[in-house]
Design a protein around this ligand. Sequence first.
Ligand SMILES: [Zn+2]
Length: 185
Amino acid sequence: MTKHILILSISILSIFLFSCEGNGQNRLTTESDHQHFLNSINYNSIMAKSENSDKIVRSEEEWKSRLSSEEFRILRKKGTEIPFVNKYNSHDVEGVYVCKGCGEPLFHSDTKYNSRSGWPSYWAPIKEDAVMETEDRSFFMVRTEILCSTCESHLGHVFDDGPEPTGLRYCMNSAALHFVPKEDS
Ligand SMILES: [Zn+2]
């Protein structure tokens, strides 16, 4: 009888442990899974998107898991990358630049120009509400910081010394962007 109770107890305990282990809700997305998600973004479907996605809120732990330490420093800690030697400064291919944090479209190559600043520069976002602005008073300057409106990651700053038609220069960090090339149809 005691033996049966013991076996029953072990069985219940096993089921309990197994179900805890089987609960994958807290699993963090790895950097390679996140990169795989970004690589799966298709140019035509992103261009056909008419509305912004819902806001994305992630824990610091989740962001650290998804991003490289350099991307985390820039996107989540408002860092700035080194000019000229970054990925998209001299990148001149037709396509869309999406947010490295969430994959939402931010800038089209049609608005990219050579600002000679050393960072990828655009005269307008892909849609007015793709990005949001906030005042940045760091380093004894008053600048307008640009964030992704979907995941609120730091992208760069906007200045009023850009070319026509807007006169604006969206000065972005390459590490905050992921490029999706236009596909030949
Ligand atoms: Zn984003």
